[in-house]
Design a protein around this ligand. Structure first.
Ligand SMILES: O=P(O)(O)OC[C@H]1O[C@H](OP(=O)(O)OP(=O)(O)O)[C@H](O)[C@@H]1O
Ligand code: HPA
Ligand SMILES: [Mg+2]
Length: 170
């Protein structure tokens, strides 16, 4: 079913380009460099799908981490939040209690998703590119804070389209 964008519940929209998410994810990687528990190294990157996959790829590339796994959590249907469910867990032997594992997501909003994952891997390090105030206490490292009443639009959810000129045409 097509949605009417004028009915979106958030007041503000923050539209992020591919270039912006690339730069911000790189900044996240650089901040995390050398912060792992074992002489600064991270054992693996785990992406929270699906939004965490693009930032996790960029972080893994920047930090030269070749071991990458995923955890699938579903907590939203479009902009409506429901209970977070684990649809697929990462490799058990890799994860242990999470020590030395970098868990990456695109953003933390209410913090519900990270809460679920943290309860599974209490010693992992949680990193997101963007963070809203409610979720900030749930994340160990993030790059940009965004207000709670803002909906973040990621480039994979958008398309270029025509806009009318400011003065309009007759
Ligand atoms: O802090 P929270 O309130 O839990 O919200 C943040 C989560 O919500 C979105 O994922 P979503 O569940 O929509 O799935 P997706 O990544 O597949 O888009 C986003 O990518 C985060 O993972
Ligand atoms: O602001 C957001 N943007 C995209 N996905 C999200 N999931 C929770 N909050 C958001
Ligand atoms: Mg997600």
């Amino acid at each position: 079913m097509r949605k009417d964008p004028s009915r979106l519940p958030h007041e503000k929209g923050f539209h992020i380009s591919w270039d912006q998410i690339h730069r911000d994810s790189r900044a996240l990687a650089w901040r995390l460099d050398g912060q792992g528990p074992d002489s600064g190294a991270w054992r693996a990157v785990v992406a929270i799908t699906r939004g965490g996959m693009a930032p996790a790829m960029i972080v893994a590339r920047e930090l030269d981490i070749r071991t990458v796994d995923t955890i699938s959590i579903k907590s939203y249907d479009h902009q409506k939040q429901s209970d977070a469910k684990v649809l697929k867990a990462p490799d058990d032997t890799l994860m242990g209690d999470g020590t030395g594992i970098l868990i990456v997501d695109d953003l933390v909003d209410s913090g519900k998703t990270l809460e679920v994952v943290r309860s599974m891997y209490p010693h992992a390090h949680f990193a997101t590119v963007y963070a809203k105030p409610k979720g900030e206490p749930k994340v160990d490292t993030f790059i940009t804070g965004v207000s709670q009443d803002t909906w973040i639009f990621f480039p994979w959810d958008m398309a270029l389209q025509y806009v009318e000129p400011y003065r309009g045409t007759d």
